[in-house]
Design a binder for this molecule. Structure first.
Ligand SMILES: [Zn+2]
Ligand SMILES: [Zn+2]
Length: 395
């Protein structure tokens, strides 16, 4: 759906950095100004220079807390797994805006912000500044707002751990967003229903029996079972599947570099991925059942375990249309994605508890792909992402 593409030329409201306010159209209710943006860029730089792995984001949380307490009067709640700020308006429904904050390992043993969560965290701070200004000016927005910064998105764990916030704060709508390279900078990327794939890590540990390499028939080598599974994966991924279903080989290990021994132990690690949770579960079941049967027939024991589970990210249609309407009214460029994203997001955990929308924001057509070593969150995207948060807050 490209009928709003021409609106890209109409981004007049937010591009004037030299005036005190970006614009003073009261009807729009935007409050972002150049000082807000400078503070946010400064915050982003600090977060960018302090990348921390999933579950270890203590310094990151401290920086965010410092900015929230120094520059807003919003109350801040901090736990071991997340940090959130509360904008109060009595007897009003509560919406939640969520950002993530963890970084990734790079190829050289270091840590870097290869997914742009530094930008996500900083952009949400613009939402806090917008709410602070509403508060100072006594302007009512007809809702309570929870700004949630969660940890450990990359492992699929963080959102699960932050889910209790939804109930505690009576959240009725939740919004999250990810920057997506390859799309025009600032373009809002929408999808009704499935936005991103469900995925999981599947591990099969196989224990057969080692033997002399000259007498492999005296042992039980799990290599054949692993090969059998690997060969069948393409077929299983197609069989009776409603949407895209994939299996990527992550690790295969049988025995060790010892040429006198026919291997007794083996390990197969796969990442399974599907547009629909049901297809993912069906594939898991097929692989586990086949491994179980074959193992039993050949005298191998098999342990199946799962890790890094992400649910599918499924958007509420009505809220997605509401967000589309906001984009139209505020002349924000947007488009509907033709297919769900192949990657996974732990935001789906929230959507199992409460209605929500996860959307993308274009990070620029030339920006390197997420998780690549040359990727960096584009600083110019902060303002655009903040504008979308402001739009959701004020709409
Ligand atoms: Zn990532
Ligand atoms: Zn990410």
């Amino acid at each position: 759906m490209y009928d709003t593409m021409n609106l890209r030329n109409m981004e007049i409201h937010y591009n004037i950095v030299d005036s005190n306010l970006f614009q003073s159209n009261e009807a729009d209710g935007f409050y972002m100004n150049s000082r807000d943006l400078e503070l946010t860029k400064e915050l982003w730089q600090k977060l960018h220079d302090t990348p921390e792995l999933s579950g270890q984001e203590t310094k990151t949380k401290a920086i965010l807390k410092e900015y929230l307490t120094n520059y807003t009067t919003l109350s801040v709640v901090e736990t071991l797994d997340y940090l959130y700020a509360v904008y109060e308006e009595k007897d009003q429904p509560t919406i939640c805006l969520r950002a993530d904050m963890d970084a990734l390992p790079d190829g050289a043993g270091g840590v870097f912000h290869g997914c742009g969560h530094d930008g996500h965290s900083a952009a949400l701070f613009l939402g806090a500044l917008c709410l602070e200004r509403c508060r100072q000016e006594g302007r009512k927005i007809g809702k309570r707002v929870i700004l949630l910064w969660q940890q450990a998105e990359e492992t699929g764990e963080g959102a699960k751990r932050a889910c209790p916030v939804l109930e505690r704060e009576s959240v009725s709508e939740i919004y999250g967003c990810h920057n997506i390279p390859g799309y025009p900078l600032g373009e809002v990327l929408l999808r009704k229903q499935v936005f991103a794939c469900a995925s999981k890590g599947l591990i099969l540990d196989l224990h057969g029996k080692q033997s002399h390499a000259a007498y492999p028939e005296q042992g039980i080598n799990p290599g054949y079972l692993i090969a059998g599974i690997v060969n069948k994966l393409p077929l299983w991924c197609k069989d009776h599947k409603k949407g895209l279903t994939m299996a990527s080989i992550i690790e295969i290990k049988v025995g060790s570099e010892n040429f006198g021994i026919s291997a007794g132990d083996g390990r197969l690690c796969l990442t399974l991925r599907a547009h629909y949770q049901k297809d993912l579960e069906a594939l898991t079941e097929t692989i586990s059942a086949y491994a179980g049967q074959q193992a039993e027939a050949s005298g191998i024991t098999v342990e199946v375990s799962e890790t890094d589970a992400f649910p599918d990210t499924v958007n509420d249609t009505e809220l997605t249309e509401k967000l589309e309407q906001s984009c139209i009214e505020h002349a924000l460029p947007y488009t509907y994605l033709p297919k769900p994203m192949r990657w996974s997001e732990d935001f789906g955990w929230y959507q199992k508890k409460c209605r929500g929308v996860f959307f993308g924001i274009g990070a620029g057509e030339e920006t390197p792909g997420l998780h690549t070593e040359s990727y960096c969150y584009p600083e110019a995207l902060l303002e655009k992402a903040g504008t979308i948060w402001d739009t959701i807050i004020m709409h």
